[in-house]
Design a protein around this ligand. Structure first.
Ligand SMILES: [Zn+2]
Length: 276
């Protein structure tokens, strides 16, 4: 599953590939990807003649900004976009094809078919599901150490559980939350409300730095979510704890341990991450 840095990478790649292109035709081979409107034919009809003006990201959703509409797209497990020439062979896992007036096509391919697309009139996308009720973006300038303090206050949840809650803060999936907690020296099972101001400040900084470094390196996935650019996720080599059970901690040499927190596999260093 792509996390925020991978989706940000897809966004930037798509910006280079499709902004300015005008839709001539849409072909949908698997209608269940289209969640809104109910009628797939309407989805196709409304988009004809629309030009892609920008690609944005909100949490792990891509927003394809058109003249009058916005498509909110989630890749889920296996979804990916690729730019092709019209005469190129169509892969059997290709479910949605945006054909452009310049003879190219943006093809959405999804082996598991879990991905989703919602079409909104421009301006209505943020106040409706699936984007409504999403928490703060970690790169929003309003995100401060005090934001974390507020999220952790009045709850007995473990720090990792709150950080994974997308209605509080978006973009931290299992990989990046483990990495940010390691880099902050915080044991994942501690209660958020017990963190000191100094720890909150460090955690706030490490959340941003971890995600930013992953974005700079093209995400942590070894798969490329957009073809044609071939960016490999180099961040995987930078991981301190995630997926490194039994391997020596890169800081102190202690073998990395794995436990379960909030139902999720959790990697940590018992020496670098203080339990109190
Ligand atoms: Zn260590």
């Amino acid at each position: 599953m792509p996390e925020l840095p991978e989706v940000e990478t897809v966004k930037r790649t798509l910006q280079q590939l499709v902004v300015g292109k005008t839709i001539e035709e849409i072909t949908v081979h698997w209608g269940k990807i289209i969640k809104k409107p109910d009628d797939v034919a309407e989805f196709c009809h409304l988009l004809i003649g629309q030009t892609i003006r920008d690609i944005e990201r909100r949490a792990k959703f891509l927003k394809i900004i058109l003249d009058d509409y916005v498509i909110v797209s989630h890749l889920r497990m296996e979804g990916r976009y690729g730019l092709h020439q019209k005469d190129e062979e169509i892969d059997k896992h290709t479910h949605v094809i945006f054909s452009f007036t310049d003879g190219t096509e943006l093809r959405y391919r999804d082996v598991r078919k879990f991905g989703t697309m919602h079409l909104f009139l421009k301006g209505e996308e943020n106040t409706n599901l699936p984007l409504a009720q999403l928490g703060m973006e970690p790169f929003d300038e309003k995100f401060k150490p005090s934001t974390l303090k507020k999220l952790f206050k009045d709850t007995n949840r473990k720090v990792k559980v709150t950080l994974l809650d997308q209605s509080k803060l978006v973009g931290l999936g299992n990989i990046y939350v483990d990495e940010a907690l390691f880099r902050s020296g915080i044991y994942p099972e501690r209660l958020g409300k017990d963190l000191s101001d100094k720890e909150l400040k460090k955690l706030h900084q490490e959340i941003k730095d971890t995600l930013q470094e992953a974005i700079d390196l093209g995400g942590s996935s070894v798969k490329s979510y957009v073809n044609g650019q071939g960016e490999m996720g180099m961040f995987q080599q930078q991981l301190y704890v995630y997926g490194r059970k039994g391997e020596p901690c890169k800081v102190c040499g202690t073998p990395i341990e794995k436990t379960v927190v909030g139902g999720r596999g959790t990697h940590y260093c018992s020496k670098c991450q203080k339990k109190k």
